[in-house]
Ligand binder design. Sequence first.
Ligand SMILES: Nc1nc2c(c(=O)[nH]1)N[C@@H](CNc1ccc(C(=O)N[C@@H](CCC(=O)N[C@@H](CCC(=O)N[C@@H](CCC(=O)O)C(=O)O)C(=O)O)C(=O)O)cc1)CN2
Ligand code: MET
Ligand SMILES: [Zn+2]
Length: 809
Amino acid sequence: MGLSFPTRFPLHVYKRIPLFGLLVPHKASRSTYYISSFHRSSITMVTATNLGFPRIGANRELKKLVENYWNGKLDEKALLTGAKNLRAEHWNIQKKAGVQDGHIPSNDFSFYDQVLDHLHLFGVIPQKYQGLKFPLEAYFAMGRGLQRPDEGIDVPAMEMKKWFDTNYHFIVPEFQANQEFTLRSRKPIDEFVEAKALGIKTRPVLLGPVSFLRLGKAAKGQSFDPISLLDRLLPVYESLLRELANAGAEWVQIDEPILTFDLPAEFKNHYSKAYTKLSAVSGIKILVANYFGRLGENLDIVANLPIAALHVDLVRAPEELDAVLKIAQDKNLALSVGVINGRNIWKADLDAAIATVRRAVGLLGSDKVFVAPSCSMLHTPHSLEAETKMDKTILDWLSFAVQKLSEIAIITKAVNQGEDAVADALSANRKSMQARRTSPLIHDPQVQAEMKAVTEEMFKRKSPFPQRAAAQQAKLNLPPFPTTTVGSFPQTKEVRVARQKLKKGEWTPAEYEAFIKAETDKCIRFQEQVGLDVLVHGEFERNDMVEYFGENLKGYVFSQNGWVQSYGSRCVKPPIIYGDVSRPNPMTVEWSKYAQSKTQKAMKGMLTGPVTMLQWSFVRDDQPRRDTAFQLALAIRKEVQDLERAGIPVIQIDEPAIREGLPLRHSDWQEYLNWAARAFLLSSTGVEDTTQIHTHMCYSDFNDIFSTIQALDADAITIENSKSDLKLLNAFERYGYTNGIGPGLYDIHSPRVPSEEEMRERLQEMLKYLKKDLVWVNPDCGLKTRGWPETERALSNMCRVAESFRKSA
Ligand SMILES: Nc1nc2c(c(=O)[nH]1)N[C@@H](CNc1ccc(C(=O)N[C@@H](CCC(=O)N[C@@H](CCC(=O)N[C@@H](CCC(=O)O)C(=O)O)C(=O)O)C(=O)O)cc1)CN2
Ligand code: MET
Ligand SMILES: [Zn+2]
């Protein structure tokens, strides 16, 4: 089969002479890699590659390692060994699946977040963490804060933001105007060497310099554009590439996902400068990777980069295939075609993917084509192997990361060796595709009829806010600066274990229910004692705010083990929407009714909104997202109405993901914002004026969507703001927000307890921007990730602050 390499020379000393397709020794190479680790038997073949593998492990090993380290149950050595084993396992899985040696990613591992890793890599450590032990203590303190009162240590976590339009959160780089960069860590090199010792040649993954700066911000009190630091940063990237080349890396993958954004014109120069410099480092080839969307105007930027390969997301931007092929052809680039969806869990249509790859091969030649996922597989669960309980029909439509690797391998083999070589796999895939397309499980005539019957009236409250507010106040009689929480209370080990016992059948549903009720009782008693005004039931019955509803809605399936990293050690198990969505039964009414029966104070019903349900689920790809959002909205509307009927006076419909669903390109915003707002309105407006609707948002820069927040017309919004330096409030002031608003008084994602003084100052600051009779007092998000001791102290401080403002008001 084809030509074979002679085995006497290191692989790198061969260079193909384009005209003759011959291999000749190439003097410039310093690689020590030998052919024995090289499996291809023919010179011109397309290459199976990957951009990143889920790092948490088949059974969330990384989460457990890191959390046990934080709890003191594991020492540093055990943490490092555990991580090393996990990396080895992941590299081996990829190798075994058929990803080409040399194109298996490394440095995609992280203890907390890959952007935070780059802050350590380049020594971008804000002052307040510099006294801490390097690396791990400082590293985790930057991610999650650190409080050791006995030693006088009390540092908050850095700001965290959504990674593009995903539910993954990254630590926002914070730069000084005179920022210096040094190669402070050797992580990418160490991991390359680590893999090499296992006989695996990896392709290190780095976040590119332009994206790294653009995703960051100037430190508080300074105003400069971080991109102005590019000249200072580049030499450090150059040294890093040099070291990787010396260690034997043939390729480096440099991610530049900000190429999916609208960029100022001068970015063309920034890119050109950056990659001219980096490409000059000899002995290593650069693949620049863009993902999550089209390049659009930025095609022009990549067309002029002196790089060796370009990765494009053909799942999100199939329409750009011609344009990128032309660039690759003109500039003699290899093209990494992202044909397997790294953001979803559906099996790929392999025939279609093969056709795309063949087109690329036709124009570029097979040695210039890499088969790839659309983006890193960080956003998909590990493997379907653990799914023993799922409906077999639906299971047959799915593909998690390990299966996606096989899809890449099959496509590659089909193109290299002909379809006969993978005939069985292809015919099985065709069968799955056909079964899904025609399945009666997907289409529900009743849902479709109800959607058709939706009228324009169903998108409006009966009266405008001032009238509603008066009616609600007459009923609720709340004090000034009313206090509330965002919904969840600590999900302790006991609560999680109780649910596990129910799942395993060790507890009867009645035992579980009694336990959850007892937790709810305790929670209500605590809220009354601490002096909160609008209470919540605590969400103890929920595994997760999205998964719980997914389990209770028709059109959804959920996995047993489909975990995806959300931030740090926190994971989510996004439920899967496979068909038309409807609500067979009330989902929360009994719990809310029970909770209301236990207190004289107002109990707040707690639901997840349609856009967030959509955004945090794996969504069907056979109809527009907006259609699914409206089906969800109708189901939630019914729940809202049932809660009202059951006597629940305040109902919160969480929409934390509305901002993250915003398309990456400005020109696509309006269309999205229109339907997103309408979906929320459909879910929330079917109630009387006297019912108070709250919503909640977190983790975003809300300035972009300010008018949409107003258009949601919620009676109150509790909103995360404690980590974004009040910049959000500027917008609320500027545009004159008219409804109730509770900007979070403190950051709940860190175990640190804010003092009364700190929260008092914060509230004072907020009142510079907001009308005091509209202001609510609350934490910035739910308390599920916190423990009880810190929750009690923080809420007690918070309530005392509200109390003191009432006195002085
Ligand atoms: N979907 C979603 N996205 C979101 C958020 C969110 O709440 N949900 N919040 C924002 C921040 N992200 C977050 C994401 C996850 C968690 C979180 O707490 N996740 C939990 C898992 C939640 C869960 O589904 N738990 C299940 C399963 C729990 C479990 O692991 N059980 C153990 C046994 C119990 C134990 O030993 O702890 C097991 O099965 O092995 C349950 O409660 O039933 C975790 O990582 O620990 C918090 C915030 C943004 N995006
Ligand atoms: C990520 S937003 C969380 C809202 C939810 N009601 C909670 O309190 O947990
Ligand atoms: Zn939140």
